[in-house]
Design a protein. Sequence first.
Lengths: 338, 338
Amino acid sequence: MLSERRLQVLRAIVQDYVGTEEPVGSKALTERHSLGVSPATVRNDMAALEEEGFIAQPHTSAGRIPTDKGYRLFVDKLAGVKPMTAPERRAIQNFLEGAVDLDDVVARTVRLLAQLTRQVAVVQYPSLTRSTVRHVELLKLAPARLMLVLITDTGRVEQRMVDCPAPFGEMSLADLRARLNSRVAGRRFTDVPPLVEDLPEAFEAEDRGTVSTVLSTLLETLVEENEERLMIGGTSNLTRFGHDFPLVIRPVLEALEEQVVLLKLLGEAKDAGVTVRIGHENAHEGLNSTSVVSVGYGSGGEAVAKLGVVGPTRMDYPGTMGAVRAVARYVGQILAES
Amino acid sequence: MLSERRLQVLRAIVQDYVGTEEPVGSKALTERHSLGVSPATVRNDMAALEEEGFIAQPHTSAGRIPTDKGYRLFVDKLAGVKPMTAPERRAIQNFLEGAVDLDDVVARTVRLLAQLTRQVAVVQYPSLTRSTVRHVELLKLAPARLMLVLITDTGRVEQRMVDCPAPFGEMSLADLRARLNSRVAGRRFTDVPPLVEDLPEAFEAEDRGTVSTVLSTLLETLVEENEERLMIGGTSNLTRFGHDFPLVIRPVLEALEEQVVLLKLLGEAKDAGVTVRIGHENAHEGLNSTSVVSVGYGSGGEAVAKLGVVGPTRMDYPGTMGAVRAVARYVGQILAES
DNA sequence: TCTGGCACTCACCCGAGCAGAGTGCCAGGA
DNA sequence: TCCTGGCACTCTGCTCGGGTGAGTGCCAGA
């Protein structure tokens, strides 16, 4: 077990390294932090910390830098989440309240996160599967062609073309629309299938084919999880990675282009509380020199999607976690209001 | 006026520099291209070309590289557009045909463009202002709250909340929906305003306020040009910029994050034919070391939006122009079909 | 007008030498 | 037992100088 002072040394190393981006030596440490001991003592502590794998030397006769394991300990034990100040919170709220629709909410959230954390922001659109249906609309585009529009409680709109096996009358259409909505409006997506199962039986034989087609298109849309979209921003912050950024930036940019990778990344976040994945803890290789700070957000008490930031492992964890948490909270509020 | 041979020398310089990314000297030129003259002659030609500002030396005793002006001449006079091969065209078509909705079409287009050109792709969503209305839908969310959904011929869906001054009956709603659609369906956005002007008069006094509110929301949506969205992709190709990419990449990334900048950039493209803006021809400072190749695309004969790529001035212009043109053509087809 | 030759100019590539920061270890002291 | 000051050592980063080579400009001759 590490003594209290050694933990303090680790904390100081992390803080200094995050600030200066340079390996930190024993002398500099004692000068900047009042640890109450001499550099020599700190050196011994450092040797111990290195032995345990929390810090490392880029080369002999250089200062130490934290390892992924060191950051992990720092995040788990040595640092809390730094709350936003009141003015910051107000600014967040004001900025988000100006949004006019869902796209705008997401876009503003991305901008905001990127600006606050000076890192790459990733925001997932509120997920369909956990949302509830606000309304289903059916439009006739041609005698045997319908457009199905699904509106969710989070304001998201999904549309699908439906080619009917037979022409479909206006009356039947209005009937179907009404029946459908009375059954599914306000329901969670996952609850919908059993509720509409017997719907075709209520229609004339000639219309049943069309009704079934519409229903199956609707159900498809509901379960289509891979359709989950997301928005990213602040990529220019990647240039802040450090002096070796040219080497690191390409794999990161490539990873950020893969929606699948990002969705998996966010998916790994716990539903509650801020999740931090450091360096090699990220499954994707290109992100091995980055940390991901993510959190779920939702319109009710429940998380409907995730958001987060991607930055260098050498990041201000308390501040980033605070910003991410605060933004998630306010986005949730905005979604609940609309 | 430059002699024919000098133009050939310029062309050779551009081609070699694009290939090797290194200043090209007189000897190497004569070796790789059969110009039929000696290096000494080429040197004289080079001196003349430099005099005119088409090429430049990074430093004395180095080879020459094309200037923006040199690329301009190359694009305008010395190189055509390289058409896609038949297999490439088939691949494009196949890839785009798999799209399920508008978002998917745009997303696929971006991926495709980025892959074909190995550069950053930018695709503007089909613009509202030039599109036509396919359908307007009104949904009642609360006694005095409606949702207005606008569906365009390109498959785009816009939604707006409408807070009514007074509760609005189901009958009136159906009536308004029907009247509205019979007047505007199939019309171009710009033609809509005069067509609905007198609509409130057809309603009872108590409903007129609501009808007016709905109409003004609709018209707002139609003219809201700044709402134009776009999608970008292939940013990891920025790492291909050359050895000095660390310096250039930040302003470019920053520019790419500014939707406004990009929209203006695409907006400058001619409606017909491929437009190329080289280096300092781009108004935005961050893009002074990039070239933008853009083109309009549309579902009918008319352009409804633009797409293009952003890459280093040192790019394969004929190939890029060919790819951009081909993709635009096929996207147009896909949009026309759906 | 083109060509071969020639002198010249720089960027680039080592290798050596120096300074500085940082370390590990050890003996002495609280 | 733990901390401290001192000391020798290591290794990177920087600078300086010379050598190399690609490329140029100019000139006289075909």
